[in-house]
Design a protein around this ligand. Structure first.
Ligand code: COA
Ligand code: MG
Length: 293
């Protein structure tokens, strides 16, 4: 998964448009982009869409973002959509492993009720939306086999902090949000989950999106969320390994395969050791997932 497109779940028109967007995943949002009075409608529209879209073999992954555990709406959200067998539930304002364990239990009960295989529904946690959540970043490891992705958010965190802004004049995140981003990256790696970069809300700024996505890929994120279909091709391009990167990775792996007793090689005046082999293998796995390689 390289690109995950958010769609307000109360908009059938945008949901249909999402299907032709080339996004690897659609996030049907029941949370912040849906007004309180529209939540019930959004659940019904999301369920109908899940049933219709999941019948097609060539489809994006279908994820539903529910309302956070402290809202009292999560159970109604899950009762509304789990019957449509979404591939994953995104949990906003997650505060560490205990929140994931809580959601895991709720999913286990609903999967049984709807005759869906136990463990089918994965969990993606939004790990940095409250100040308290940052102190729990280390607790995702081992919380649940369902936890396959971690992502982060700067909008709700800035609200929780009472900040005036979360980006500087150049559009770059200020230091509290860079820290949240980095904690998400560490939390994901330690939990064996995919690290997914946050949204770029300035959706007409393609250069800014590209710069942010490239920096995320450099640091170990392997996907980014989008809020507008126009962002999807840029994100897909940035997170698809280039032919050059694939060739470099293959050269490193071949150099070590040629001499099984060596722990280190020099290629083109640069030193490579076992860590670089692991890095090269991860890149090739991503290339394969994108249908290359
Ligand atoms: N998913 C699917 N389709 C979308 C879309 C999205 N996230 N965002 C826009 N579109 C559609 C529009 O409906 C429009 O369709 P049309 O040409 O058939 O009328 C087309 O893409 C172009 O949209 P545009 O006019 O450029 O933007 P807009 O002003 O209609 O919408 C937003 C701007 C921000 C309201 C919209 O992009 C959106 O709803 N984004 C998702 C918000 C969200 O889910 N937030 C929660 C997570 S942070
Ligand atoms: Mg939010």
């Amino acid at each position: 998964m390289r690109s995950l497109l958010f769609i307000p779940a109360d908009s059938p028109k945008k949901l249909q448009k999402g299907l032709s967007s080339a996004a690897d995943a659609l996030i049907l949002d029941l949370e912040d982009s849906v007004a309180t009075d529209r939540k019930a409608d959004a659940r019904a529209i999301a369920l109908a869409f899940l049933k219709e879209a999941s019948a097609s073999s060539l489809r994006p992954r279908l994820i539903v973002r529910v309302n956070s555990l402290d809202t009292g709406l999560t159970d109604d959200d899950l009762d509304g959509v789990v019957a449509g067998a979404p591939d994953a539930i995104m949990l906003p304002k997650a505060e560490g492993g205990p929140a994931v364990i809580h959601l895991d239990a709720k999913l286990t009960a609903r999967e049984a009720v709807h005759g869906i295989a136990h463990g089918h529904t994965e969990i993606i946690a939004l790990a940095t939306e409250t100040a308290a959540s940052l102190f729990a970043a280390g607790s995702y490891r081992g919380a649940s086999a369902r936890l396959t992705g971690l992502t982060w958010g700067a909008e709700d965190l800035s609200a929780d902090l009472g900040a005036e802004a979360n980006r500087d004049q150049d559009g770059r995140f200020t230091s509290p949000y860079v820290m949240a981003r980095n904690l998400c990256l560490f939390a994901a790696a330690s939990a064996g989950a995919q690290a997914i970069d946050t949204v770029h809300i300035d959706f007409r700024n393609e250069a800014g999106l590209r710069e942010e996505a490239e920096a995320a890929r450099r640091d170990g994120f392997t996907a980014k969320m989008a809020i507008h279909p126009a962002q999807v091709p840029i994100i897909n391009e940035v997170f698809t390994p280039t032919a050059d990167a694939i060739a470099r990775a293959k050269t490193i792996i071949a150099a070590f395969a040629a001499d099984r007793d060596t722990g280190v090689v020099g290629i083109g005046g640069v030193m490579y050791d076992r860590a670089h082999v692991a890095r090269a293998e991860r890149l090739l796995a991503r290339a394969k997932a994108a249908g290359l390689g």
